[in-house]
Design a binder for this molecule. Structure first.
Ligand code: ADP
Length: 391
């Protein structure tokens, strides 16, 4: 394997397992902070491998490869949550500082473990139950009402591993696998929110303003920062929940809490339940690259190294992030040239990925005073790059 070259002056090497876009977006702040990244990449042309000089190809599933990779790192962190527990334990056993720690990461890897722990902590969650067979699912549905949201506890992303079922029969194929499932009440939420926070090993923590995430076909397409018209009492409760989770779960690094907002009945205050946790920089935090004094990627590096955290206030009243999905063409450059000319205030972030229809290939940020106008600009840019509008 290629060894990373440490910057002169005693600056550390941060190892990232996984070479996706999150690892890629850590590179600009790493350059500015004089930190060296060392990325264990899935392939030589993964998003991060294209911009990080030291990006050996290896598998996060292979203990030997991960341990060899970690020998060159001062700290190891993650681009994704799919590193198995035994690999994480081997790292810890070898004395490698790992952030977030496996005990915390579990709550992002396993939705059943997360539900149990959050319920113990008194954090609002949808009604839920582990389901092993048809009888347990039927009993839960009859008690809490159909449809029921059924989830595979592990391995889900972008809505895969989540299914809304109106009867036991509709879940027959999943139940046939014989593996435990998570059943949840179908929450009548008014919108989805997310709160992003960071905590360092010595316990310093910082929380960004809560944002609204807009999903289309199970994929986040737009983020509004901060969440418009969010009740201030609810906003404070959500921030406190993020801080509570950071401390109680001993989370280190940047993490996100995905939340459902529920309207209050007959003029009462709105409430919330937690959907899930992500223990890494998160799509709902991409707005921070341009819209916050400290981006989530810089903050993650600072947090895992136990450096003082950066300020998390917004640079403008509003920032809107639009995810760019791939269209059915691959010549992006001419389109992008046009877009830069059309909207000089637009900040474009592309991940260097090959274009495939529906694949997340980048995002755009715009910030300013007029939320409606920002939404129009972000939407247009994303649609234009996707090829669904041509003017
Ligand atoms: P993933 O791990 O794929 O991100 P999530 O648990 O976030 O899966 O669920 C994906 C989407 O499914 C959510 O964004 C939300 O729209 C919907 N969903 C998930 N859980 C519930 C629930 N209990 N009630 C209503 N909708 C839900």
């Amino acid at each position: 394997m290629i060894s990373p070259r440490r910057a002169p002056g005693g600056f550390p090497v941060v190892g990232i397992i996984g070479g996706g876009q999150l690892a890629r977006m850590c590179q600009p702040p790493a350059v500015n902070l004089a930190l060296t990244l060392h990325v264990l990449s899935e392939s030589p042309d993964a998003a991060a491998a294209l911009v990080v000089p030291s990006a050996p190809v290896g598998s996060h599933l292979d203990v030997g490869q991960v341990l060899a990779f970690a020998r060159d790192c001062d700290v190891v962190t993650f681009d994704h949550e799919h590193v198995p527990a035994e690999v994480l334990q081997a790292l810890v056993g070898a004395g490698v500082p790992v952030h977030p720690k496996p005990e915390a990461l579990l709550f992002a890897q396993d939705k059943l473990a997360m539900r149990e722990r959050l319920t113990d902590l008194g954090v609002p969650c949808p009604a839920w139950v582990p389901v092993h067979d048809a009888a347990e699912l039927a009993a839960f549905g009859d008690l809490h009402g159909w449809p029921v949201v059924l989830k595979t506890p592990r391995g889900g992303y972008d809505g895969k591993g989540v299914r809304v079922v109106s009867s036991v029969q509709e879940a027959a194929d999943w139940l046939a696998h014989g593996e435990v499932l998570l059943a949840e009440e179908c929450v009548p939420f008014t919108r989805e929110l997310a709160v992003l926070a960071a905590r360092s090993p010595s316990g310093q923590a910082a929380v960004w303003p809560t944002v609204q995430t807009v999903q289309t076909n199970g994929i986040c397409t737009e983020v509004l920062a901060p969440a418009p018209q969010l009740d201030p009492v609810l906003a404070a409760k959500i921030s406190q929940t993020a801080l509570l989770l950071a401390g109680e779960l001993d989370i280190t690094g940047v993490f996100a809490v995905e939340i459902f907002e529920i309207a209050g009945k007959a003029g009462t205050a709105p409430s919330y339940v937690v959907n899930e946790l992500a223990m890494r920089p998160h799509n709902s935090g991409h707005w921070t690259i341009d819209g916050s004094v400290t981006s989530q990627f810089e903050q993650h590096l600072r947090a895992v190294l136990d450096l003082p955290l950066g300020e998390v206030s917004a640079r403008a009243p509003w920032t809107v992030m639009g995810n760019v999905l791939g269209g059915d063409y691959d010549e992006l450059y001419p389109t992008y040239r046009h877009l830069l000319a059309r909207d000089p205030g637009l900040k474009v972030h592309l991940y260097g990925k090959g274009v495939r229809p529906g694949r997340k290939i980048g995002h755009v940020n715009v910030y300013g005073d007029d939320l409606d106008a920002l939404r129009v600009r972000a939407r247009h840019a994303a649609d234009y790059l996707e090829g669904t509008v041509t003017e």
